[in-house]
Design a protein around this ligand. Structure first.
Ligand code: NI
Length: 174
């Protein structure tokens, strides 16, 4: 297992759609283990493969920071198939470390995808889980939190990013 480097905003891979996983090989298992380890190390609750430079449709979600092993989600090829409502709440992303801003998300999300054994199934989430489903699926479609902010919030958020870039606190690509 290995802790992978998390790409920051500015790296083009974060804004590219990831490719479907067609075969669940040992390599896919290894990527998932590394992604989980990287997510826990970074103290995040979700991570998408393109955040570690791998353009495959894989995401991991754990709202409990490893405290409830039964509730760790590894989802391959996720698609949002239903969503309802809209909630605006402070949100962050490991690719914008240390920055938070209000982001619009559906209140309830129904997701379809594959487990690590290849079985297709559906998940339903509300609140924080709905937010995570939407956030990670967005990543795999090349979308970021700035794409779900109001224009004013987005502009001020990107000014905070630019300030960190100027101060050399933001190295996007490897
Ligand atoms: Ni993120």
């Amino acid at each position: 297992m290995a802790i992978l480097k998390i790409l920051k905003y500015g790296d083009p891979r974060l804004q590219q759609p990831a490719e479907p996983v067609t075969e669940i090989t040992d390599e896919i298992h290894r990527i998932v283990q590394d992604m989980l380890e990287t997510m826990y190390y970074a103290n995040g609750i979700g991570l998408a493969a393109n955040q570690v430079g791998i353009l495959k449709r894989i995401c991991v979600i754990d709202l409990h920071h490893g405290q409830k092993p039964d509730e760790v989600l590894v989802i391959l090829n996720p698609t949002v198939i239903e969503e309802e409502g809209e909630v605006r709440e402070e949100e962050g992303c490991l690719s914008f470390p240390g920055l938070y801003a209000p982001v619009y998300r559906p209140r309830r999300v129904r997701l379809r995808g594959q487990t690590l054994t290849g079985e297709w199934r559906e998940w339903e989430g509300e609140g924080l889980l709905a937010r995570a489903f939407s956030h990670e699926t967005d990543h795999l479609n090349g979308k970021l939190i700035i794409d779900r902010m109001s224009p004013f919030t987005r502009a001020s958020f990107l000014r905070r990013v630019a300030k960190r870039q100027r101060h050399g606190e933001w190295e996007a690509s490897s």
